[in-house]
Every structure is written in structure tokens, then in C-alpha cells.
Design a protein around this ligand. Structure first.
Ligand code: SF4
Length: 470
């Protein structure tokens, strides 16, 4: 769950091709892809789209007209998997009408269940794990031949570095760039090490080239993605090893007009070098997503998070010393195995001490195959989990309201991303702290991709409302 969860609104988002090349798609075989879960999964769907396009497939926004329907799945909580199972059932009717249609499942749930997915969900023809997307064309050929096709081999090398992602559902301004895959941490509650394998860092040169190509194509923001970006470490054949701080500065050096964000950091690995690099580059955004998970050291040890409450608070103070005003968000799990009321209170008091701008908050959901499922009892009653989660959400809403209210009267630089969801007479875009800003369209020089200064007039707990400044 390190990877930042894509907002509920985007879950199950379907991919569709830019209008421009619809004409050329008429006679091509079509694929339809839906993505669930985190940014990494959405980024992987862009790799899959690229692999299929190079096999002559064209994308469609309507699954009814696709020969190949793909769900890129998430396994982070029981609810995420149930969502996929329900979605599969909605394809039952069309599959009966079009028996040649192939249905494939990708991502973490596919990797967790492997061939068992085919037994549990008869509609499914193809099961592909996160490291096996290159084999998709041959698996499709196998399934077209009437076989069920599975490839869930995890790799220690695969980074898809040579595959140019096809930007899905893109606003043409900001894009995800995956810099590494897998995770070597073994947090006891987490499925990721089992569904995405060991950690491997992508060739730094290919990352910088992808960012340059995005900038040349008009993008003005990249988010560097990894389960734990702070442990990025690439050893080129010739030359010195490249750490995350070095990679950050290489990308930021491409152009002062290219904003750089990254996700997700790990409290045990984030270094002062990274923080000083952020402080040195105005175009590296002052925002860090730093999952804490719990405010109690015994629970952190039970989760195998490898840091203490005190260590986390020290990291937060370093961030605020080196980057004053840095935006901070986090992940919190409540009701983890054996968590006492007092330990829950420690999480609330840590939130009070830090005052996060935003947080992803969940009740513990036991995941089959994880260390916690094998070693611990999921003994916190559901009603207690629920009450604790509500207390955490209430406190966070308070802190978010305070954080946004403090911005009223200030001026911030906003990268325009497009029309506000609420009104086409307003622009929306985020400031460096990753806060969404909405303001009326007033000047001819405004367009998606331009930077403007906005004076903040009002605030809700999730949006800043302002007007063009000067
Ligand atoms: S094992 Fe820990 S660090 Fe790795 S992805 Fe899971 S929660 Fe994040």
C-alpha cells in the first residue's frame, strides 16, 4: 500500500485512444483496459498498451467492441479484490454473446492467485503477473487457440526500461514515470513483495530520456514512481552509482519548466541528501508522501516497518528544517493485530504532532500469504477497527481543513492542468505542495501547461480557491 492510491473516482478507469487515430483503428483488433489500485498499476497499464499497440492492436473505450478485455487488478485489501470479481461478472453477458472475446487479468491479484484465478473465475482466459507483460502477445495467441494462458513469473531484472509507455487518460501535462519495481522491505501486512517481487532499479539514462521526451511532447510535470523511491540505486557499467538524490537532480536539470514529483518515500531510507536536493531545485516540488502506518513503536515493530515513532518524528523535523512549508501526506493502518487502545491513541497523538495535509487511512485487512497472516491473529474486532478508523479520519479532516485554511491570503505558483471539474470557466492545477487550486479564467496567456501565480481567497479541506495574482 506504499504506492499512493489513485482516487476512488479513477478506480476502474477505462483507457481510450486519442481521437486523432480513430480512423486508423477501423480494421485493427481492439483491446480494452481498466486499471485498479495504485499509481504503479496505472503506469503498468501504459506499458501494456504500448506492448499491444506494437502488436497491431488498437485501444477502444467500449469493452463491447474489444476482442481483448483486460483488468489490471489490485490486491491490497479484500475490498479491492471483491471489486474486480464483481466487475468480471458484469462481462458475463457480453462474453456469452461474443464467445471469441478474451478476458485477461493483470497485476497484483493475478500474481497472488496465479492459475487459481482460472478455477475461481471461469470467465477469465489469461492471467499475467506484473513482470510478465512482454509475454502478453503470445499468451493471447495461446488463448485464441482455445487454451487458458498463464504467466506469473516474477523477475529480478525486468523494469520495462526499453518500452515507451502509451499515456492513458492523460491530461497531456503530468505523467507517471516508473523508476523501479518490486520491494525488498517485508512489512508484515503487505502483499507487494509477493506480488511484485524483489526490488530492482531501472536504468537511469532511460528514465531521464523518458522525462526529456515527455517535456518535448509538452508535459510539464513528471512523478517518479517506486514502492520505495529512496532505495533507488542504479550501477551503470561505467560511471558512479546513481542514488535517488542524483536521479532527482538529473531529471530536474532537464528544464526549470519541468516540475518533478515522486512517490513513495520510506521513513527509514529518506536521506538529508534527497531533502537538500529538493531544496536546491525550485522545480522539484515541496511535497513528500511519507507513510507512517502507526504512531506506536511496538506496532511498527510488529509491522516490521524498521523504524520507531521517534525516528519518524525526527525525519519530519528534518524535512521541515530543510524545506520549510513542505507538504506532507501519509498512509495509516488502524486496528493492526494486537493493537491496544493506548497504541491507537499513540497514532492519534503522532498525527497531532505532525498535522499531515492529507492521509490515506485504512482499517487493517488481512491479506492471504503475508507474514502477518502467517504469524499473527487478526484479533482487533471489526467494530473497534471501524471506530478507531473514524477517529483517525475525523482528526485528519480537522488537520486538512487547518492546513488549507492557513493558505488563505497567500500567493502560490500553480501549474494549470485543465478545466476545473466543477466549471469550464475555471482552471484547476496544483501548487508545489500538491494542493489542488481552482481559479477563474481571466487572462489570454493562460492554458494547460502554463505556470501562474494565484492568490488564495478561500479553502475547503481538499481545495484552494483563488484568483490570478497580477
Ligand atoms: S513491503 Fe512495506 S515498503 Fe514495501 S510496498 Fe509493502 S508497505 Fe511498502
Amino acid at each position: 500500500m506504499e504506492q499512493k492510491y489513485i482516487d476512488e473516482a479513477r478506480q476502474g478507469e477505462a483507457y481510450y485512444a486519442p481521437q486523432a487515430d480513430v480512423a486508423g483503428q477501423i480494421n485493427k483488433k481492439k483491446f480494452y483496459i481498466e486499471s485498479y489500485g495504485c499509481q504503479m498499476n496505472f503506469s503498468d497499464s501504459e506499458i501494456v498498451a504500448s506492448i499491444l499497440q506494437s502488436e497491431g492492436y488498437a485501444a477502444t473505450p467500449r469493452f463491447e467492441e474489444a476482442q481483448l478485455v483486460l483488468l489490471n487488478t489490485c490486491s491490497i485489501r479484500e475490498k479491492a479484490e471483491q471489486t474486480v470479481r464483481n466487475r468480471l461478472q458484469s462481462f458475463r453477458k457480453i462474453k456469452e454473446q461474443q464467445p471469441s472475446m478474451l478476458i485477461g487479468v493483470l497485476g497484483c491479484m493475478a500474481e497472488r492467485l496465479k492459475a487459481k484465478f482460472l478455477e475461481e473465475e471461469k470467465l477469465v482466459d489469461i492471467v499475467v503477473g506484473p513482470d510478465a507483460y512482454r509475454s502478453l502477445p503470445s499468451l493471447v495467441a495461446e488463448a485464441e487457440g482455445g487454451q487458458k494462458a498463464v504467466n506469473v513469473l516474477l523477475s529480478r531484472e525486468e523494469t520495462y526500461a526499453d518500452i515507451s509507455p502509451v499515456r492513458l487518460q492523460s491530461n497531456g501535462i503530468s505523467a507517471f514515470v516508473s523508476i523501479m519495481r518490486g520491494c525488498n522491505n517485508m512489512c508484515t501486512f503487505c502483499v507487494v513483495p509477493f506480488t511484485r517481487g524483489r526490488e530492482r532499479s531501472r536504468d537511469a539514462g532511460s528514465i531521464v530520456s523518458e522525462c526529456q521526451a515527455l517535456f518535448d511532447a509538452g508535459y510539464r510535470e513528471v512523478t517518479l514512481l517506486g514502492q520505495n523511491v529512496d532505495s533507488y540505486y542504479y550501477s551503470p557499467i561505467d560511471g558512479a552509482p546513481i542514488t535517488f538524490a542524483k536521479l532527482l537532480s538529473s531529471v530536474a536539470d532537464l528544464s526549470p519548466l519541468l516540475r518533478v514529483r515522486f512517490s513513495t518515500s520510506h521513513p527509514k531510507d529518506i536521506t538529508d541528501e534527497v531533502l537538500h536536493t529538493m531544496a536546491a531545485y525550485p522545480n522539484i516540488c515541496n511535497y513528500i508522501h511519507l507513510p507512517v502506518q502507526s504512531g506506536n513503536t511496538r506496532i511498527l515493530q510488529h509491522m516490521n516497518r524498521t523504524y520507531t515513532r521517534e525516528w519518524y518524528l525526527h525525519k519530519v523535523s528534518r524535512i521541515r528544517e530543510i524545506i520549510p512549508g513542505c507538504g506532507l501526506s501519509t498512509d495509516i493502518i488502524t486496528g493492526f493485530c494486537s493493537e491496544t487502545e493506548a497504541e491507537h491513541q499513540d497514532t492519534l497523538s503522532l498525527m497531532e504532532a505532525v498535522k499531515f495535509d492529507m492521509a490515506y487511512m485504512f482499517a487493517y485487512s488481512e491479506r492471504p500469504g503475508t507474514l502477518a497472516a502467517r504469524r499473527f491473529t487478526d484479533d482487533v474486532p471489526e467494530d473497534v477497527k471501524k471506530r478507531r478508523l473514524n477517529e483517525i479520519i475525523d482528526l485528519q479532516n480537522q488537520h486538512s481543513r487547518q492546513s488549507y485554511a492557513q493558505d488563505v491570503g497567500t500567493v502560490c505558483q500553480v501549474l494549470i492542468e485543465g478545466d476545473s471539474k466543477r466549471s469550464a470557466t475555471d482552471w484547476c492545477g496544483r501548487n508545489s505542495q500538491n494542493k489542488m487550486v481552482v481559479f477563474p479564467k481571466t487572462h489570454a496567456d493562460e492554458a494547460p501547461g502554463t505556470y501562474v501565480d494565484v492568490k488564495i481567497l478561500h479553502a475547503t479541506s481538499a481545495t484552494l480557491i483563488g484568483e490570478r495574482n497580477g
